[in-house]
Design a binder for this molecule. Structure first.
Ligand SMILES: *[C@@H]1O[C@H](CO)[C@@H](O)[C@H](O)[C@H]1NC(C)=O
Ligand SMILES: *[C@@H]1O[C@H](CO)[C@@H](O)[C@H](O)[C@H]1NC(C)=O
Ligand SMILES: *[C@@H]1O[C@H](CO)[C@@H](O)[C@H](O)[C@H]1NC(C)=O
Length: 142
């Protein structure tokens, strides 16, 4: 069982890297779940890795009527602030309303870790709601 999962994982990775040659991809964060409280984005990122430089991530969310519960997209400065869900030096990428419609798009332009999180509900989205993940886009091998 364990072995077959490993083999499947390897085949997935292999397929992903073969598909990666060529065009950059557009990936909706969370797939059909979008960007919401309680969905495991760390797990999603693992399943959807690797990401490549110039891939586009799309965050889709609808603000609830109570704006203090609204999702947002922040870029956290480092691993420590990511672990702690510390938004003090974070950069707001998309506010409560910018995830509607086609969603908010960001191109992963650089070879560096991107730490994403929602600060909603005073950080509770990040600390308890699993609304955080990081991506390190790889250079494309041709
Ligand atoms: C989320 O997914 C990660 C990676 O699969 C896992 O390690 C972690 O335990 C999960 N968290 C929760 C709260 O389920
Ligand atoms: C990413 O896109 C920019 C602008 O289109 C381009 O100059 C750059 O070479 C691309 N980088 C990679 C690694 O493909
Ligand atoms: C979000 O940002 C957009 C664009 O800057 C702005 O028009 C809108 O009023 C902002 N919404 C909130 C809830 O701050």
């Amino acid at each position: 069982m364990a072995l077959s999962y490993r083999v499947q994982g390897f085949i997935l990775l292999l397929t992903a890297s073969l598909l990666a040659v060529g065009e950059a991809n557009t990936i909706v964060v969370g797939g059909s779940e979008g960007w919401r409280f309680g969905f495991n984005y760390t797990d999603w990122a693992l399943q959807n890795s690797p990401f490549y430089i110039n891939d586009t991530l799309v965050f889709k969310y609808v603000p609830p009527s109570d704006t203090s519960f609204a999702p947002s997209v922040y870029l956290l400065p480092d691993l420590w602030s990511y672990i702690k869900c510390d938004f003090r030096r974070a950069k707001l990428l998309a506010n409560a309303t910018q995830g509607s419609g086609e969603g908010f798009e960001i191109v992963l332009k650089q070879w560096r870790p991107y730490y994403f999180a929602s600060s909603g509900h005073n950080g509770f989205h990040c600390s308890a709601g699993l609304m955080k993940f990081f991506a390190v886009p790889l250079p494309r091998g041709n």
